[in-house]
Write a new protein. Structure first.
Length: 485
């Protein structure tokens, strides 16, 4: 979990430059500088000119002081009503110039900052739009927030299905153990209250706020902003909470940071909600296809439940190989749909008790291509899933089907499904034979290692079977093993 596009060194350098320019120092004569809680006399927060000698507000103030001193000197020297009128006129003109210069410089600087924020927000939208999964959006949002706000810790919390708890769905700079175990009841602590009340919170110093628990770091400031959709189209839809802490190179977040975080949350909430909606539609579509595959299996008592078992075996292997969650989801879908193409194969061939003829074998070997054609007609199934199903009968030595792929040209998901499919097929009863014992099946996998099967996948399955980690598979009864060929 990194710090986004800016490394730690670059982030500190930028924070130091911005602090000198606008964040920690400023001109106390400037209203906008004072609103940022800055210290005086280094750089004006909004005119961005260095030192009191070049800040228009300070210059005007000095001019007023000089004018007053000169007027006093002239009054003392000349005396009379004329000198007093001149003194008053100089003072009024100086004050007018002070107000004019301050207003112009602040408006110009504010416009410049708004233009910069608009450019950053446009780039943020452009990079966020092409992402095609919820997790990709979440990861990009936390990294962008860390980069734009120059902070070390960012997290997005989402509600569970019942909206009772918030969990960390994506984070930057947060220990993995914290991400894994954190659950906050809605309405509890700061994030829970922000989610329930739909109101952002900016705590400048937790040591002075007794309602806020201490942070798990040395940082004293943090912000939590709701990820919320609002308006006539959505009503008020709560998506989650985005929180930031540990600002780099400064003790607190500025008004600019609040503005940037608010913009990130507005756009991020829409992107996350859209991806969640798309994911629900895709899930419904995949579930429909899985139902079709189960209906296909239900026609044959020998293959009933085969896809579910292959799915569990495949996911167990994938977890043993430390695949990421997105790849595991693709593996899960591909395993459940891997035999979908058999819908185009006649039952007489699929349930034939004897040996298949060469023509019948060629027909059966078409089922990966049939499934690929069916799934290619829809955009709801990813290309990784389609490629995995197409190649799940390929072999490392190149004599598999349908394309005779070899080695690493075969997708890893396909290689995993190939091992899981083989294991379930040999330990299950078929019209033309009884089930093999588990030990004999593992011996067959060992013989095919490096030729038909990926060695890592074979090792993973053997380790899982040895530890009893497959709930879908139960040891065969002795009568079944006795009849195994």
């Amino acid at each position: 979990m990194g710090l986004g596009r800016l490394g730690e060194t670059a982030m500190k350098a930028e924070a130091l430059w911005i602090a000198k320019r606008s964040g920690q120092f400023g001109n106390p004569s400037c209203v906008l500088c004072r609103s940022l809680h800055v210290l005086p006399f280094a750089r004006c927060a909004y005119c961005s000119l260095p030192g009191i000698g070049k800040c228009p507000s300070v210059k005007a103030g000095v001019a007023v002081m000089v004018g007053i001193l000169l007027t006093g000197a002239a009054t003392a020297w000349v005396g009379g009503h004329v000198a007093k009128m001149v003194s008053l006129a100089i003072s009024l003109v100086s004050i007018a110039l002070l107000l004019l210069i301050s207003s112009y410089s602040n408006q110009r600087a504010l416009l410049s900052r708004l233009q910069k924020e608009l450019a950053e927000q446009q780039a943020f939208i452009q990079e966020l739009s092409p992402l095609d999964s919820v997790q990709q959006c979440l990861d990009y949002i936390v990294n962008s927030a860390a980069s734009r706000l120059r902070c070390r810790r960012v997290s997005i919390m989402l509600p569970d299905e019942r909206a009772e708890y918030l969990y960390i769905a994506a984070a930057c700079g947060v220990p993995e153990e914290v991400v894994r175990i954190t659950q906050i009841p809605v309405g509890d602590r700061v994030c829970g209250k922000v989610f329930r009340e739909s109101r952002p919170v900016h705590v400048r110093d937790v040591t002075k706020d007794h309602d806020v628990p201490a942070l798990p770091t040395e940082a004293k400031a943090f912000m939590s902003v709701p990820l919320m959709l609002s308006g006539m189209r959505w009503g008020n839809v709560q998506v989650g909470v985005l929180s930031v802490t540990e600002p780099v190179g400064r003790a607190d977040f500025s008004l600019d940071d609040e503005f940037a975080l608010s913009n990130i949350c507005h756009v991020g909430a829409v992107a996350i909600h859209n991806q969640m909606s798309i994911a629900k539609v895709k899930l419904a579509h995949v579930e429909l296809l899985e139902t079709l595959a189960k209906a296909l299996e239900a026609r044959d008592e020998y293959t009933c439940g085969h896809s579910e078992r292959v799915c569990e075996f495949s996911v167990a292997i994938g977890q043993k190989l430390n695949l990421d969650e997105d790849t595991l989801n693709d593996l899960r879908t591909a395993a459940r749909l891997h035999d979908l193409g058999k819908i185009g194969i006649p039952d007489a061939i699929l349930r034939k008790p004897g040996k298949l003829t060469d023509e019948e074998r060629r027909l059966v070997q078409q089922h990966p291509a049939i499934a690929t054609h069916m799934l290619s007609e829809t955009s709801m199934v990813g290309q990784a899933v389609i490629r995995a199903i197409e190649s799940h009968h390929e072999r490392l030595d190149g004599v598999g089907y349908p394309d005779g792929k070899t080695g690493q040209d075969i997708p890893l998901i396909s290689r995993i499904i190939s091992v899981a499919d083989f294991f379930d097929a040999l330990t299950s009863t078929r019209p033309y034979r009884g089930p093999l014992s588990v030990s004999d099946t593992l011996d067959e996998l060992e013989r095919g290692r490096g030729k038909q099967f990926d060695s890592r996948c074979v090792d993973a399955l053997m380790e899982i079977v040895g530890s009893g980690g497959l709930t879908a598979w139960a040891p065969l009864p002795k009568t079944a093993e006795a009849h195994a060929p």
